[in-house]
Write a protein that binds this ligand. Structure first.
Ligand SMILES: Cc1cc2nc3c(=O)[nH]c(=O)nc-3n(C[C@H](O)[C@H](O)[C@H](O)COP(=O)(O)OP(=O)(O)OC[C@H]3O[C@@H](n4cnc5c(N)ncnc54)[C@H](O)[C@@H]3O)c2cc1C
Length: 338
């Protein structure tokens, strides 16, 4: 049995967070199997401050972390079941998300190609319900396996039990911090219907015919590379804010003043792109200290180099205040503040 468990005391977290916060965790533990995780759980049973991370691409450490950081290094991508239409693929939570997307695309399996190049790991895809270009992780997740950190009990969650909604799941709400996700099983399609309506995918693909999942993946990689900062060059955590959903009355009130405002109708109202609102407030490309609003995508806050978490939070607060003052709408960070 593989009971691999790595433990580092006073661990520098710089390489474990894409915002580039130079902070230390009192203890860092990385497990390579369920057995390794159970061993970690035994060792941390009296610990009150435990944080499970993936690739650290949606986190903002607000200072040194006085507790235990857990990380999954469970690997493996395996087709467990298939029929003429579907393939069920079970993936270790420590796999890099985009490696999994590439694996599926290479085999012509559809469902995750629109989620190409999203940073982070497979475990977090199920926590965050990652989404891009009209697709969300919940659309392809069949099962999520987790181990409760308190009891060491294993539990398998069906998709409905995960209570998914926009960038939300049970693991971010009632079960926040309670489970380590060990494996996620996805349902991929062998004869996929490609989703090219969203954003400018169609424009990038042009008039080409007989498109494949690989073409869609490549178009999305090109779009993302053109507008999103590479965390290795400019520290960031992707979209810093969630897009607000307002009721129809509020939407019409804003639309009266901004007739060309982009929007999407959703179940509970109208979603307005927070990036557009931030841009209207004049923040795009502006900085406060060493933190800035990205000059190509106003939804992204970046670390210009050596920014402290206080500088990022000050910028975030200032942006939220401007949006509230101008539109009367509250926007909230998508990034997890630690
Ligand atoms: C440049 C850039 C672009 C991005 N674009 C997108 C995008 O298009 N769409 C999108 O949805 N997101 C996007 N993101 C955000 C980020 O990539 C996702 O939220 C991603 O899922 C985070 O993965 P991670 O492994 O880095 O998780 P982390 O940031 O380390 O953790 C995220 C959350 O998941 C929990 N978690 C992680 N792994 C586990 C586990 N195994 N068990 C239990 N809990 C766990 C953590 O506790 C935390 O609450 C982007 C980020 C960047 C930097």
């Amino acid at each position: 049995m593989n009971i691999s468990l790595k433990k580092v005391m006073n661990c520098n977290m710089l390489k474990y967070n894409t915002f580039g916060m130079n902070v230390t965790a009192r203890c860092f533990m990385e497990y390579g199997s369920e057995a390794g995780l159970l061993k970690a759980i035994e060792q941390i049973k009296d610990e009150s401050n435990v944080l499970h991370i993936g690739g650290g691409s949606n986190l903002l450490f607000k200072g040194d972390f006085d507790g235990v950081v857990l990380h999954s290094a469970i690997k493996g991508i395996k087709a467990e079941e298939e029929n003429d239409d579907d393939v069920l693929v079970r993936v270790g939570s420590g796999e890099v998300w985009d490696d999994f997307v590439e694996y599926c695309v290479e085999r012509g399996w559809g469902g995750v190609e629109n989620l190409s190049l999203i940073p982070g790991e497979v475990g977090a895809s199920a926590v965050q319900n990652i989404g891009a270009y009209g697709v969300e992780a919940k659309d392809v997740i069949a099962l999520v396996e987790g181990i409760e950190l308190k009891s060491g009990q294993k539990r398998v969650f069906g998709t409905l039990e995960c209570d998914y909604s926009y960038r939300q799941s049970i693991f971010k709400n009632s079960l926040k911090g309670k489970y380590a996700i060990t494996f996620v099983t996805y349902r991929l399609k062998k004869h996929p219907v490609l989703k090219t309506e969203y954003g400018n995918i169609k424009a990038v693909l042009g008039a080409r015919e007989n498109l494949t999942v690989r073409d869609v993946r490549q178009a999305i990689i090109d779009i993302r590379n053109a507008k999103l900062p590479d965390p290795k060059v400019l520290g960031n955590a992707g979209s810093f804010f969630m897009n607000p959903v307002v009721d129809k009355e509020k939407f019409f009130e804003i639309q009266k003043d901004y007739p060309s405002m982009p929007y999407y109708e959703v179940e509970n109202g109208v979603k307005i792109p927070a990036g557009w609102m931030i841009e209207q407030c004049g923040w795009k490309g502006k900085s406060l200290g060493r933190a800035a609003v990205h000059d190509k995508q106003a939804l992204v806050l970046v670390n210009l180099g050596g920014a402290t978490s206080d500088e990022i939070v000050a910028l975030s607060d200032a942006v939220c205040k401007s949006v509230a003052d101008k539109f009367g709408v509250s926007i909230h960070p998508e990034v997890n503040f630690i």
